[in-house]
Write a protein that binds this ligand. Structure first.
Ligand code: AMP
Ligand code: ZN
Length: 495
């Protein structure tokens, strides 16, 4: 029997058995990027974590509606409540229309996601596409007395909300403590209290992103879009809400306060937060100047890199840690990941080539039992809060069995057709569908490789060992090793 999926819920801080509100449907919302610059590797880690969660839920048979938004307005510089919009600032700097900035970096985001084989969400709504809904939500919040208007801006009244609810429930903060550690508001500040946050901001003179509203020309606050779009596409309460750990406070705390006020119910059943990718122990971030861009990795051009690393190597590197742990960037770990990835891919190649051979041999009960146990272990690992690190370890054990078949130390007939088929299908599906690892195209196309293998074979037949060695060496330089099999020549990635 497979164990039940358990999720570490950031809200209750406990591992909970996953019980969707409306099985087999699952609603999942993940906060997407603010599209004002190229995504860095830290961002990739977060979206990759949720990609695997999305993939695994589907593998288990759930019908997932995955919503991942695009923030294209309202996210101000330094996550502040006042000041310049990140996109507006970039537009001014580059002399572009803000929507050109949005398009440029949305394209970049999509292409990076595809390079890492991160699946598209089912819905990808944008904040500027939902201004009307955000204005309606603000009206509701004002009507129920939880928001107030000053000088063309509207703020959420956090102290009032905190009287009957707990502002800080997700991150374990207490409002009184927060306020006591904060400077007093400036006399000219529009807010009543420092933790009140903007729902709508009046657009100052130079602010280029602006819309009409009942409160004058302005733009929505950053936190509002996620409450509004998650409600619109997933309902008032939905199953999973995710994002990077740094969004827990204040972004997700504010989302809870808004949604709970205008919907009257807790918005999310399971909160999941992925941990940070760090460089020398420090969060990778654009503002700290320690971020890597994906193309710098693929080309090996960043000063901290010893060499280039392929997208799938980086994907494998990230999957080798649990999403809730921090992951520190290191050349050594990436080099080890490159080896591990190739090993897993060589296994995939073998698995795809193996066929069941009917033979008159006895069933090897021990091998059958071991193989079933390994597959069970993989499920256990993933069911224990999506532990990809552990699951990969078990997959390597399964690979040993697959290799034994390929080297003829274990016969397919010793497993019986059912177990053999199950094992091969399981390995393939876990590697490709759940972990999302795919074979990377070689620089030299498969056709050229075939020709070289033919030449190699001919040279061997003619006992031209100089040529044999030459072909071997040149392919080795490309990371390919030739394998002399009984009846044919095959190749594998160099491990
Ligand atoms: P942003 O575009 O800055 O809003 O970030 C997009 C997503 O990337 C958010 O979910 C962040 O939490 C996440 N993120 C930012 N930096 C890192 C990092 N160093 N490691 C992991 N995730 C990150
Ligand atoms: Zn959000």
């Amino acid at each position: 029997m497979q164990s039940q999926l358990r999720i570490q819920n950031s809200l209750t801080k406990k591992k909970e058995v996953f019980e969707p509100l409306n099985p087999p449907n699952v609603g999942m919302y993940v906060c997407g990027p603010t599209v004002y610059s190229e995504v860095h590797l830290g961002n990739v880690r977060t979206f990759l974590c949720f990609d695997v969660i999305y993939r695994y839920l589907q593998y288990l048979g759930y019908k997932v509606r995955y919503v991942r938004n695009i923030t294209d307005v309202g996210h101000l510089v330094d996550d502040a409540d006042d000041g310049e919009d990140k996109i507006g600032k970039k537009a001014k700097l580059e002399n572009l229309e803000p929507m050109e900035v949005v398009q440029k970096y949305t394209n970049n985001f999509h292409s990076v996601m595809h390079q890492f084989n991160i699946l598209d969400p089912d819905i990808e709504p944008s904040a500027t596409g939902h201004i009307v809904e955000q204005i309606d939500a603000i009206k509701k919040l004002i009507d129920c007395g939880m928001a107030y208007q000053t000088n063309g801006s509207v703020y959420f009244d956090v102290e009032k909300y905190n009287k009957d609810s707990h502002y800080g429930i997700l991150s374990g903060r207490v409002l009184e403590d927060l306020i006591s550690g904060t400077r007093d508001l400036d006399a000219q500040d529009d807010k009543r209290s420092p933790y009140d946050f903007a729902l709508w901001k009046k657009a100052a003179g130079g602010h280029i992103m602006r819309w009409n509203s009942p409160w004058g020309q302005g733009f929505p606050g950053w936190h509002l879009e996620c409450s509004v779009m998650s409600t619109k596409y997933l309902g008032e309460t939905f199953d999973i809400h995710g994002g990077g750990m740094d969004l827990k406070f204040p972004h997700h705390e504010c989302e809870i306060a808004q949604s709970k006020t205008f919907n009257g119910v807790d918005p999310v059943k399971y909160w999941i937060h992925s941990n940070m990718l760090t460089v020398n122990g420090q969060k990778m971030s654009k503002s700290l100047g320690n971020s890597f861009l994906p193309h710098e990795l693929f080309e090996g051009t960043h000063e901290l890199l010893d060499q280039a690393y392929s997208p799938m190597t980086v994907r494998f590197f990230m999957l080798q840690s649990h999403y809730a742990s921090t992951l520190d960037f290191s050349n050594d770990a990436l080099k080890a990941a490159a080896k591990g990835y190739k090993k897993l891919m060589n296994g995939l190649k073998i698995a795809k080539s193996l066929t069941y051979q009917k033979e008159d041999v006895e069933v090897n009960e021990k091998a059958v039992q071991q193989i079933n146990q390994i597959m069970e272990n993989c499920f256990h690992a993933m069911n224990d809060d999506f532990n990809t690190a552990l699951a990969i370890g078990h997959l390597f054990n399964l690979l040993k069995k697959i290799n034994s078949i390929s080297t003829n130390n274990l016969k397919t007939a010793e497993l019986g057709r059912e177990v053999f088929d199950k094992m091969i299908r399981f390995y393939q599906e876990f590697v490709e569908d759940v972990l999302g690892l795919e074979e990377e195209k070689l620089n030299n196309s498969e056709g050229i490789l075939d020709i070289l293998m033919k030449l190699y074979s001919e040279a061997k037949d003619h006992k031209n060992y100089e040529k044999v060695d030459e072909i071997r060496a040149s392919l080795k330089g490309q990371g390919i090793v030739l394998k002399d099999m009984k009846n044919k020549i095959d190749w594998a990635y160099e491990e």
